[in-house]
Design a protein around this ligand. Structure first.
Ligand SMILES: Cc1ncc(COP(=O)(O)O)c(C=O)c1O
Length: 404
């Protein structure tokens, strides 16, 4: 058992009670009032008009791309520094995928890297027909959404925010107005993941947020096998009274979440603000400890701060390590830290390095490669305190100094 895992779920007595209450209530457990209540609470939290809870963040991405009619002539532009799901869900729609580079310090796409990728695509011998732009708020740090949305509008692209890491994050526009990630103020659809180690843990789960009634309607239909229960939309309504009747016009999936996991999700959502405060405190403690410990050697730097520091959701705390300067490989550092009880992880193997995506044409992704070469996510979760931060930083210092 690692003393300091890089992340872990935060399950408390009230979560257990919420699930137990549902299990013992005689409720149907599958589809029921917990889902509806959870969806309303997510709307209240994010400010979005619709929230469509489903059984994973990947399902939410797939529903988002389906609702936006992704397909062979409606491709996706996204970042290579993300989990596979961001791109895979577009491939599931039969869409071409292209990658834009990222800022080498934050790992996020920027208006400049997106503009360059669009220019390079246009200049290619066979440009991909791009219709959807999916920025990822890596580690919980919001991208510059107002500028990205303006650029997307210029190029006629729909925007899907992959906010899997960013529940509770906020950002500002140039006038200083603050927006909640998920409000969809600068995108068509935003998705969150409720996987076990995300800010809200449902084991597996996710949600799609949108302010667009038609997109919400399509996503809800695709979530449940394409089933249409609204008689006004039926193509061949039965002549006789038929209360059981429904129609299917397009292929859908079973992406439904259950009442059972939504009871857990609702209980977790009540602690979102507490979690944000705790993670920000940990990040500040790391910044201070890393600055005072490594300031002189320069082998490690804390993550670059966003312009609006308080808006970061701190799902991950990725440090940048100059492994060459330290005279160690990333693998050796990870293994040595593990022996000292400190978990670490790499987010992520960039998608253009994956054999599956090797034939995707792309210009330089040097920002993504530099980010991949240097970053290591160190522990960041609700079960840590400031004392843990001190110990973890000391262990990192010791490994980098002694090499084991
Ligand atoms: C950036 C990103 N997008 C999408 C997903 C997919 O979410 P899920 O695991 O809930 O399917 C993840 C999962 O970790 C992720 O990190």
């Amino acid at each position: 058992m690692v003393a300091y895992p890089y992340s872990c779920p935060d399950i408390r007595e009230e979560d257990i009670q919420a699930v137990t209450n549902l299990l013992t209530s005689g409720a149907f457990l599958s589809q029921g009032p917990e889902i509806t209540a959870f969806e309303q609470e997510i709307c209240d939290q994010t400010g979005s008009r619709h929230a469509i809870v489903c059984n994973s963040g990947t399902a939410a991405l797939h529903l988002a791309y389906l609702a936006l009619e992704s397909g062979p002539t409606r491709g996706l532009l996204t970042t290579p520094v993300t989990f596979l799901a961001t791109a895979n869900a577009a491939v599931m729609c039969g869409a071409p995928v292209r990658f834009a580079d990222v800022d080498r310090d934050t790992g996020n796409m920027t208006p400049e890297t997106i503009r360059n990728a669009l220019r390079d695509n246009e200049a290619a011998a066979a440009p991909a027909p791009l219709a959807i732009l999916a920025p990822v708020h890596l580690g919980g740090r919001p991208c510059d959404m107002p500028a990205i949305k303006a650029l997307a509008d210029e190029h006629g692209l729909a925007v899907v925010e992959d906010a899997a890491h960013a529940m509770g994050a906020t950002y500002r526009d140039a006038s200083g107005e603050t927006f909640e990630v998920g409000s969809c103020a600068h995108c068509d659809i935003a998705i969150f993941s409720f996987h076990a180690i995300k800010h809200i843990c449902m084991g597996e789960g996710g949600v799609l947020c949108t302010n667009d009634d038609a997109l919400a309607d399509r996503a809800r239909t695709y979530r449940n096998h394409g089933i249409i229960r609204n008689p006004d939309a039926w193509l061949s309504p039965p002549e006789a009274d038929a209360p059981w009747y429904y129609e299917m016009h397009e292929l859908g999936w079973n992406y439904r979440a259950t009442d059972l996991v939504c009871a857990l999700g609702r209980s977790q959502l009540r602690r979102l603000a507490e979690g944000g405060d705790h993670r920000r405190r940990l990040a500040a403690a790391y910044d201070a400890a890393l600055g005072s410990t490594f300031g002189a050697t320069g082998a490690v730097t804390a993550p670059a701060l966003p312009s609006d520091e308080r808006g970061h959701a701190w799902h991950l705390y990725p440090i940048a390590v100059d492994f060459e300067k330290a005279g160690l490989t990333k693998g050796a550092v990870m293994r040595a830290l593990a022996e000292r009880g400190v978990g670490a992880q790499v987010h992520y193997v960039p998608l253009h390095h994956q054999p599956f995506y090797k034939d995707v044409p792309h210009a330089s992704l040097s920002g993504a490669d530099a980010y991949y070469a240097s970053t290591l996510s160190i522990p960041m979760h609700m079960k840590m305190d400031d004392a843990a931060v001190e110990i973890i930083v000391q262990e990192i210092q010791s490994v980098l100094k002694n090499g084991n």
